[in-house]
Design a protein around this ligand. Structure first.
Ligand code: 5AD
Ligand code: SF4
Length: 437
């Protein structure tokens, strides 16, 4: 065999999958695999999949179909399906797709080294009691000045539409000491910004030296790590926005003024049918408290339109809530029935209704996002450079509020945290000039 074996990983879905894909690559590095950018020259292809909506899940099967000629040309090519489709469909994937060698769920990928060596086709979708994090190798050098750090996984909320409690399992928080070690290691390798990840990140309650720690306490400890300049976290549930976390937004300068706080709908009737366990008014009052702690915070959210039973009046209530909060951005989706979830039993709304509502909701969100960008004009913001831009001497980075910012700065390097005066807005980015100091 000539040279190292090549691994191609395709990541679908959320940021947690991005973290997991990096960790899978690190796990397989111990077996002599190096990552490559295309499936064509790979010895192993891993699809790290997402099951959140039907479209995302079905995409995996069409991608697998496209790998067929590669497998025919090279029968030694190993093809694996990882992530949430693997968890949800397990053996079914092997039945449907004879070219797949390996199916591994999100809680068992630390076993990849054994699984790739196993003879025949294998499925591992166990949710072991021990956490996979205890078995993963140390982090390798990340590519840029920002990194994800999974601090919590799984969900006990059981929203009526959502597969996550089934695919990722019950809520588990990683212990504080492990997270501080991983964060110190990242900072030592040049990482300046860490985004703490969890499906329910603000429900974090990992074991600390003196009992369970809240997310706010964890953020406080991370803020003490030398070299780390910025901390973010995502995704949060409104009911877990604890007082100490809200206070941290006012008190902890390294915690960025940005919060992704999905609300899904502005109608109490639909929120109830979704099993969200809060009302629109409770959400609005929570937003007031967060803004009292950090007035310039930029809020973003997720929305589902055309949830079963959603009337035009319910939808209007969602638009009203969006206008009332003034979100800086949002992800929005047409409801997609997922097998095994309670809502899947209820009748879908007509596709035209869903299309129309999604379009109207996105028009409103886009206008608000544009307004949020324009509000930055003339302001001085912090920008962390992430990479060189396309123009000569240009750097691209993110502002404190997570806007993409372009700056012409020939001296700039990835990892520099600079002050910038915003001078122009484009549809999805800002531009400005670097300030001295
Ligand atoms: N259909 C459409 N959107 C969904 N989401 C979760 N489940 C579904 C579903 N069945 C959306 C929610 C969630 C985001 C990650 O995906 O808005 O916050
Ligand atoms: Fe998709 Fe959710 Fe699984 Fe992430 S956790 S891959 S968003 S289903």
């Amino acid at each position: 065999m000539s040279g190292p074996k090549k691994l191609f990983i395709k990541t679908y879905g959320c940021q947690m999958n991005v973290y997991d894909s990096e960790r899978m690559a690190e796990t397989l590095a111990g077996q002599g695999y190096v990552t490559t950018e295309t499936a064509e020259d790979a010895d192993m292809v891993l699809l790290n999949t997402c099951h959140i909506r039907e479209k995302a899940a079905e995409k995996v099967y069409s991608d697998l179909g496209r790998l067929r000629p590669l497998k025919q040309a090279n029968p030694d090519l190993k093809i694996g399906v990882a992530g949430c489709v693997a968890q949800a469909e397990g053996e079914e994937i092997l039945r449907r797709m004879p070219l797949v060698d390996l199916v591994v769920g999100p809680q068992s990928y630390h076993r990849l080294p054994e699984l790739v060596q196993a003879p025949g086709r294998v499925v591992d979708t166990d949710m072991p009691a021990e956490t996979k994090f205890d078995h993963l190798p140390p982090r390798k050098a990340p590519r840029g000045p920002t990194a994800f750090l999974t601090v919590q996984e799984g969900c006990d909320k059981f929203c009526a539409f959502c597969v996550v409690p089934y695919t990722r399992g019950a809520e588990v928080s990683r212990p504080v000491d492990r997270l501080l070690d991983e964060a110190r290691d990242l900072a030592g390798r040049g990482v300046r910004e860490i985004t703490l990840l969890g499906q329910n990140v603000n429900a974090y309650h990992g074991a600390g030296p003196d009992g369970p720690w809240s997310l706010a306490r964890l953020i406080g400890a991370l803020a003490g790590i030398e070299g780390l300049a910025r901390i973010r976290y995502t995704t949060s549930h409104p009911n877990d926005m604890a007082d100490d976390l809200i206070a941290a937004h006012g008190e902890q300068p390294k915690l960025m003024p940005y919060l992704h706080l999905p609300v899904q709908s502005g109608s109490d009737r639909i929120l109830k049918a979704m099993n969200r366990k809060h009302t629109a008014d409770q959400y609005l009052r929570l937003v007031e408290r967060i803004r009292a702690a950090r007035p310039d915070i930029l809020l973003t959210s997720d929305f589902i339109v055309a949830f079963p039973g959603e009337t035009e009046a319910d939808f209007q209530a969602t638009l009203d809530l969006i206008s009332a909060v003034g979100f800086g951005a949002a992800y929005s989706f047409k409801y997609s029935a997922r097998p095994g979830t309670p809502a899947a039993e209820r009748p879908d709304l007509p596709a035209e209704v869903a299309d129309d509502r999604l379009q109207r909701l996105q028009a409103l969100i886009n206008a608000l996002a544009q307004a949020a960008q324009e509000a930055m004009l003339g302001r001085e913001v912090g920008v962390l450079y992430e990479r060189a831009g396309r123009l000569p001497g240009q750097m691209v980075g993110k502002s404190d509020h997570l806007h993409a910012v372009h700056v012409v700065d020939p001296q700039g390097r990835p990892g520099d945290l600079v002050r910038v005066r915003i001078a122009a807005t484009a549809p999805h980015s800002l531009a400005g000039t670097r300030l001295a100091g």
